[in-house]
Structure formats: C-alpha cells, structure tokens
Design a protein around this ligand. Sequence first.
Ligand code: C5P
Length: 224
Amino acid sequence: MKPEIILALDVDSLKKSRYFINLLFPKIKIFKVGIQLFTACGPEIIKIIHKKGAEVLFDLKFFDIPNTVANAVRWAVQFNVKMLTLHIAGGEEMLKAAVSSAKSQARRLNKRRPLLIGVTVLTSKEANFSRVLKMAKIGLNSGLDGVVCSAREAVLLSKEIKKKFIIVTPGIRPQNFAINDQKRTATVSEAVKAGSNYLVVGRPILEAKDPLLITKRIIGDSNV
Ligand code: C5P
C-alpha cells in the first residue's frame, strides 16, 4: 500500500499553519504538530486541524520519568490526536506507563486511543541497523504500535520483526533537494519500496515556491 504523507508543520504561528492546512488539505490529511509549533501556539492548533477534518501526529517525542510521561499522554488522549511519539530511549518502564495511561484514559473518556509511535534513533543522526533494531524491539515489546525510522531501516525491520507494526519515516527528500540537517534521507520512491506506512515531510514542502505542486509530485498525482 502507498504510504500516507504527513506534513510537518514546523512553523511558529497559527497564521502560517492555517495557510498550509487550507492549501494542502485534503491532499494531505495528517499534520504533524511538533515542539516548535506547540511551544509557540499551544493546543489551539490541534483544534484548527481537527476543525478542517484532518488528523494530528502529536510529535513532542516524550522522554521523561514514567509518571510525567503517563500524565502527558493522558492529555494527548483528551486532544484526540491520531498518533503521538515517544523516545524509546526513555526505557521500557516509561513506555509501558505511556501505553497503560493511553488505554485507561481512552476507556475513561470513551475516546479512541492514540497510536503510540516510538522514535528509534533520530534521522538527523548516523545510526547502525543493529541499534535501530534493538530500539524497535524494546518499543514494540513494551506495547507501542509502531516506530519512527529511516527508509533505510524500514525494509530491514519488517524482515526481522514478524509482528505487524506501523513505520513512520521522516527525512524524505525529493531528488536534488538539500538534505539540511538530516543524515539518513530517502526519496519518496525509496521510502515506498521500503514499506513505510507514513512519510513525514517538512522543509521540501514548507520551503517550496509552490507547496501544492511539490505535494502533488510527492504523492504521485498523475496530473502533475
Ligand atoms: O524538514 P524535514 O522534512 O527534515 O522534517 C522532518 C520532520 O520529521 C521534522 O518535523 C522532524 O521533527 C521529524 N522527525 C525526524 N526524525 C525523527 C522523528 C521525527 O526528522 N526520528
């Protein structure tokens, strides 16, 4: 199946966020809210995305003591986000606390449980596959629904880990686009071949002269 594109809303105002959401929805149906935007604008951005009919990847990459992470996850359930991220490096105890908090809060509020996605190793860092595999196994054994990894590792992880899990891949670069601070990049077609389920794209779209045209190219719109 073709992966779904998630736009990383790495901007710092609601005005710029609205611009990209209005321009790109419904070509893009999931928007990533990360530390930059959430710190600048707070939870209002989540309401704006939901009002449009789109979904949220809540990418604050939680990494703290288990109790604090469990409490933060409870809020993410209130926000009704589709997915949220945590650092697997936070350890098994932290991850399990997050999973159980998400489940119990979703039951209590009668809301859906966000998918919990673990960051293996940031794609801005070099990493060997055995480290990514080790992190992915810790995450999935702790009850996470999926992992974030580069396209390079996605294909190998699917071979090594037999159970079904979600793969989210950032660091996507169209051919000839600057890789910026990313190290483990891939083009869209490489990520498609690698079997990633979701591709997180930021600067290639945000910095484009024509963001809609680039988006159409990335999603393989045959009319472009
Ligand atoms: O601008 P660019 O396409 O590099 O943006 C990639 C996005 O993916 C950023 O918002 C970044 O926070 C996110 N991300 C990442 N590496 C991870 C997890 C998320 O680059 N491991």
